[in-house]
Design a protein around this ligand. Structure first.
Ligand code: 3AM
Length: 173
């Protein structure tokens, strides 16, 4: 086992919601091309941590276990193409996003920084990545908005496997 695992915090959809998101991803890829994210991999990233040592992981888990997570609901209804990342994603209709969600992301960012990790500083934009390696999107498809009651904060390991990534949920709170 390597000394630093590549980790991130996320919410993972239940099977029913994942199925819905997967169908949306399928329609979008049909229009835009690219590589659909497998349904089992669809998620809402809160914070990408990068390489994390066992000591850092322990501290992050300690913080996560003490967070009081309020009831959070997210409505996702806009398909967007992000050209720099070459991804298609489903973004939130809530502008600005739920303050509770932003506070949760802030708390995780603070904890990661206190562990010496260099994490994202830009304003958090909740999104579910539907497809990668997308070159263009002529017209964003209209989708029926998806309402997600965010439950179960997950710490996830991104495991490289045959040129792709497999996600492994390590802990859930
Ligand atoms: O939520 P999405 O799928 O957009 O793109 C990666 C994915 O985000 C992102 O972390 C999530 C889980 O892999 N990610 C991967 N490498 C990253 C990096 N170096 C990264 N985010 C920021 N910096």
């Amino acid at each position: 086992m390597s000394s630093a695992s590549r980790l991130f915090f996320a919410f993972w959809p239940d099977d029913q919601l994942a199925g819905r998101l997967g169908r949306i991803a399928g329609w979008c890829v049909h229009d835009a091309g690219g590589r659909k994210v497998p349904t089992r991999n669809l998620h809402l990233t809160l914070l990408f941590l990068g390489g994390v040592t066992a000591t850092q992981q322990e501290a992050l888990e300690e913080t996560a276990s003490r967070l009081a997570i309020p009831p959070l609901t997210l409505t996702l209804g806009q398909v967007e193409f992000w050209p720099r990342a070459k991804i298609l994603c489903l973004t939130s209709d809530d502008d600005p996003p739920d303050p509770g969600l932003l506070e949760l992301v802030d708390a995780l960012r603070r904890s990661a920084k206190s562990q010496g990790l260099r994490v994202e500083d830009r304003p958090y934009r909740p999104h579910v990545t539907l497809a990668r390696k997308v070159n263009r999107l002529a017209e964003p498809p209209r989708v029926e908005p998806v309402t997600w009651s965010l439950e179960g904060l997950c710490l996830v390991e991104s495991v490289p496997e045959r040129g792709r990534y497999r996600y492994r949920v390590l802990r859930e709170w």
